[in-house]
Design a protein. Structure first.
Length: 186
């Protein structure tokens, strides 16, 4: 049995914790998940670029960012070396990123689950619980300067493919940031 003073202190702590959790809920971050096949080229590029654009805008306290693959080929692996070199030329650091596979819980954790292409979107649609499909989208829907709606996989091509991916991703990242800013943080 707790002494009376301990019970009073416990109630006081309960009120403090409740207030804290209410503040956390009211400061909810917008969460974005980028998805490609293996999580070593396109989606980590989108994560690194978007993370940099968000930080430049001073919004990194408001947006949580991650990336995944639909397949388990590269779990725990760093992004492809060619991807990292192309990104580094533009000032994006991907060295701390590691591949992971999408899981059902991601559809609850993230407000935006954005596919790089239609094939990966189809997989996400099969995995996604029916009450979360509104979170799915194509990343390039947010691009303003590219008509394409799929980010091509540069894995089997040359260095120019990685540069093209970066061009598309930078465009999409700026559009997505503008969308989040006006939709959620205005």
């Amino acid at each position: 049995m707790w002494p009376v003073t301990a019970c009073q202190n416990a109630k006081h702590l309960q009120v403090k914790w409740q207030t804290f959790f209410e503040q956390v809920i009211s400061m909810k971050k917008i969460s974005v998940l980028f998805c490609c096949m293996g999580n070593i080229c396109r989606s980590p590029t989108a994560e690194a670029v978007f993370r940099a654009k968000v930080a430049e805008a001073g919004m990194d306290q408001h947006i949580m960012i991650d990336s995944v693959g639909t397949h388990d080929y590269h779990i725990g692996d760093p992004p492809d070396g060619r991807t990292q070199r192309a990104a580094a030329k533009r000032g994006y650091d991907m060295s701390m990123l590691r591949g992971r596979q999408v899981e059902v819980a991601d559809f609850s954790r993230f407000d935006y689950v954005l596919a790089m292409d239609n094939a990966n979107m189809a997989i996400l649609q099969r995995l996604c619980p029916s009450d979360r499909v509104d979170r799915l989208g194509m990343f390039l829907e947010y691009a303003h300067n590219h008509e394409e709606r799929e980010v091509p996989d540069p894995y089997y091509g040359g260095a120019d493919g990685f540069e093209r991916v970066l061009d598309m991703v930078e465009d999409g990242a700026l559009g997505l940031l503008q969308h989040i800013r006006t939709t959620h943080l205005a």
